[in-house]
Design a protein around this ligand. Structure first.
Ligand code: AMP
Length: 404
């Protein structure tokens, strides 16, 4: 938990430094909230149940839908843009494996009421900064655009069903299978080749040629170009164009992005996000929305894989009463230090100085306070630096100052 709290605190600090406010929603919601967002197929992936009142409920599999429900119910009148972040547990009926659990944690955010390129650049840079602040080094950002991808699907005359069949293959980068399927669908050889090029290109200029007559797609290319060009301003490195990002094509639209930790292997995706549309579906007034979710457990796995030196727990001082007569005075000292938020522990086993010092060093105490009759006669105690072993006589009245 100490490692987890360290990473959580680091993440929270960054969200707040970007002007985001924390939001918390209930662990369970109506099942309908998630089927409305993702279709009936999602039920297989959920922990859902009927409560004693006959209501169909589900443990949340993610937090975007709950946050948007909350927004529609309570926050629509708030000044825009509204910046909300969350940290919460999620539940999915997944097949558990390394980096994939049935209960896991997500840290994420939603940005409501803006769709300028600088908003998207700031959002991507926030996800990057949140992960970097934990101490992670090796991460890569991939950026795509679903409006452009949809436009290409339309140009290839692919039906919704055909698109649904193709998407998992694109997602898994199985481009040979994509090619075979496009042939089966009767897509001309030349178009298939161009499409495969686009899915794999990292050059944004190549996109235009394929969506020349689609004004909306052209607009999205301009938006994507401006957004990407802004990233260096935020000190974001390691980003790449990746048009094969598909995510949830039903509600995501426009810019999408993913952040990976390549050294995690199969379950390497740490973060997914982008622009999406859910508010009208939940009965709210249309306004642009975007966000991302970071897999918290995977972030910790990635840090461990990088052998990150997590800060170890430290205790500021450990108080050792030398004999029974010193116990009362020792507790007075402990009370005084704790009231000043100085992390203080005390020997509760009456085990003698040598053993108590050994214990103090095993729990990483920075100092020890030895409370003995000789020193108390002078209204003082012995303060020992646990690392150097140096000791000094300190007056009780000045003791707290030694730790501030
Ligand atoms: P998603 O909401 O599916 O876009 O997931 C966002 C992030 O949550 C992913 O990139 C993963 O890092 C993490 N994640 C998703 N599902 C799981 C799971 N079952 N166990 C652990 N982490 C997960």
């Amino acid at each position: 938990m100490q490692k987890r709290r360290y990473a959580e605190d680091a993440m929270r600090t960054v969200f707040q430094s970007f002007g985001y406010q924390e939001i918390q929603t209930p662990t369970f919601e109506t099942l309908e909230l998630f089927t409305a967002k993702s279709g009936e197929g999602i039920i297989d992936e959920l922990y859902s149940f009927t409560d004693k009142g006959g209501r169909e409920l589900a443990l949340r599999p993610e937090l975007t839908a709950p946050v948007m429900r909350f927004y529609v119910e309570k926050l629509q009148m708030e000044a825009k843009p509204l910046k909300l972040f969350y940290f919460g547990n999620c539940f999915r009926y997944d097949r558990p494996q390394k980096g994939r659990y049935r209960e896991f944690w997500q840290a994420g955010c939603e940005l409501v009421g803006t769709d300028t390129p600088e908003s998207y650049a700031e959002l991507i840079s926030l996800a990057y900064a949140v992960l970097r602040k934990t101490g992670l080094k090796d991460i890569t950002i991939n950026i795509g655009n679903l409006t452009i991808l949809s436009s290409i699907f339309t140009k290839l005359n692919l039906s919704k069903d055909q698109q649904q069949d193709l998407i998992p293959l694109i997602d898994k980068a199985q481009f040979d299978d994509v090619e075979k399927m496009l042939q089966q669908f009767g897509v001309p050889q030349e178009d298939t080749k161009k499409f495969l090029d686009i899915l794999q290109t990292t050059d944004i200029k190549k996109l235009s040629s394929f969506v020349q007559h689609d004004a909306q797609a052209q607009q999205e290319i301009d938006l994507l170009t401006t957004t990407i060009n802004l990233l260096p301003l935020f000190n974001v490195k390691n980003y790449c164009l990746k048009m094969s990002i598909v995510r949830g094509l039903d509600y995501y639209k426009g810019i999408v992005f993913e952040i990976d930790a390549p050294n995690l292997g199969a379950e390497k995706q740490l973060c997914g996000g982008g622009a999406y549309e859910l508010i009208p579906l939940f009965g709210g007034r249309e306004t642009p929305t975007a966000g991302f979710a970071i897999g918290f457990d995977r972030t910790l796995l990635a840090l461990e894989t990088e052998k990150y030196a997590f800060p170890s727990s430290t205790l500021t001082t450990y108080v050792i009463p030398v004999n029974e007569a010193a116990i009362e005075q020792s507790f007075t000292i402990v009370q005084q230090l704790r009231s000043k938020n100085i992390a203080t522990d005390i020997d509760l086993l009456r085990r003698g100085i040598r053993k108590a010092l050994k214990y103090a060093s095993s729990i990483n105490a920075k100092t020890a306070i030895i409370v003995g009759p000789q020193e108390l006669k002078q209204d003082a105690v012995m303060l020992r630096d646990m690392k150097s072993g140096k000791q000094e006589l300190v007056k009780l009245s000045t003791l707290p100052k030694k730790f501030q």
